[in-house]
Design a protein around this ligand. Structure first.
Ligand code: IPM
Ligand code: MG
Length: 398
């Protein structure tokens, strides 16, 4: 190639690159416009939401069970057995109905190419509350997490995660925003192959008001005096800035409660600081920070296998373990040694949500008795008790 030919070739390549870049920008701009319109529509829907369902007025409450993947069906079977023992009377009276929901499995979801296949979602919507085992999400690809999809489809905006360590005076409750933040568009980012990728974070006024209201209401009803608003508003100025500002606006209606701003980084440090950490009470935080810090908090309590999680909306609620499907345990043949405590704790949260406080207290007392006596201990390995043995132990303490 002589000099002139080289110049022509460079110019042609440069022009082709420019055309490709412009095409990417046009495509991304159209994509962004669509996302923005969808999110504006979601915000408007929230602003016009119907009043919440009141469980006290229902003469029948349907509880749906979704086993999920990996260790899910194993721990679900045992959690359900505990519930059946605890609620035998209510079940016999027919006020409480237990219903199996089939098909929320990775195989079925992959086959249908949907995070929650339509028929499964329709079944879920026939229930008032759901107890759900962990579901697997493939890394990469396009299949969205079943959790994220369910939280969105049922508008389960409050992820409530209690963590307690009585001997240290730790009694925390996390109000994690559950439908927006980094999760709202987590599968809908922009990719310019070989150059860059962008994801989006969404914080709405209504979405923040409702999670803040839930956290402060909890604090008021439970005699708590402090709510920590945890963000990274020094960096994520628009979204976290809004989150913090709106939480403070809501806090103004609760003058008896101190609302404190914290950054997520120092808060993760404070949670491992003995002598300081037991002063925190209620936390309210955007989705991703809530996801991360609640695993840390659960570990402080004794492991992610010990923590339950409530996903609460105005019309539906879903209760689950905070951990995943534990594929490594399954591969190593340790599935039957999985700890059902997380799902049993989630069941306790479910009972409180539907107003069965006395049954919830009995279950909590049985779990606390097992935890104190430790005659049957789960290690997740063959040297410990099986999931079934542990459930029998809980039932013996009811
Ligand atoms: C949780 C889980 C989920 C989340 C996963 C399974 C999608 O980690 O409930 O905390 O990220 O929210
Ligand atoms: Mg998590």
């Amino acid at each position: 190639m002589n000099k002139i030919e080289k110049e022509i070739s460079n110019a042609v390549t440069g022009a082709a690159d420019k055309i490709a870049e412009n095409a990417h920008i046009a495509e991304a701009t159209a994509h962004f416009e669509k996302l923005l319109r969808e999110q504006l529509a979601r915000a408007e829907k929230m602003a016009n939401a119907e009043p919440p369902k009141d469980f006290k007025t229902l003469d029948k409450i349907t509880v749906g069970f979704c086993g999920g993947d990996g260790i899910g069906p194993i721990i679900m079977k045992e959690a359900r057995r505990v519930l059946e023992a605890l609620l035998a009377g209510e079940l016999a009276k027919g006020r409480l109905i237990f219903k199996d929901i089939e098909g929320l499995t990775i195989e079925n979801r992959m086959a249908k190419g949907k995070a929650i296949p339509d028929d499964v979602l329709a079944e879920i919507k026939t229930c008032d509350v759901i107890l759900k085992g962990p579901t697997e999400t493939p890394k990469g690809g396009t299949l969205e997490s079943a959790n994220v999809s369910m939280r969105r489809e049922l508008d389960l905006y409050a992820n409530v995660r209690p963590v307690t360590v009585p001997e240290e005076g730790i009694d925390w409750i996390f109000y994690r925003e559950n439908t927006e933040g980094e999760y709202a568009l987590g599968s809908k980012g922009i990719d310019v192959p070989g150059v860059l990728a962008m994801d989006f974070k969404v914080t709405t006024d209504c979405g923040t008001q409702r999670i803040a209201r839930a956290a402060f209401e909890y604090a008021r009803k439970n005699g708590k005096t402090n709510v920590a608003i945890v963000t990274k508003a020094n960096i994520m100025k628009k979204t976290d800035g809004k989150f913090s500002k709106i939480c403070h606006e809501v806090a103004a209606d609760y003058p008896e409660i101190t609302a404190e701003d914290w950054y997520i980084d120092i808060m993760t440090a404070n949670l491992i600081k003995e002598g300081r950490r037991n002063q925190f009470q209620v936390f309210v935080l955007p989705n991703l920070y809530g996801d991360i810090i609640t695993d840390e908090a659960a570990e402080i309590q004794g492991g992610v296998g010990t923590a339950g999680s409530a996903n609460i909306g105005d019309h539906y609620a879903m209760f689950e373990a905070i951990h995943g499907s534990a594929p490594r345990m399954m591969e190593e043949g340790r599935g039957e040694y999985a700890n059902p405590s997380s799902l049993i704790k989630a069941s306790e949260l479910l009972l409180r949500h539907i107003g069965m406080i006395e049954a919830a207290d009995r279950l909590a007392a049985a779990m606390a008795a097992c935890d104190k006596e430790k005659a049957v201990v789960i290690t997740n390995h063959k040297d410990g008790a099986t999931c079934k043995e542990f459930a029998d132990y809980v039932i013996s303490k009811l």
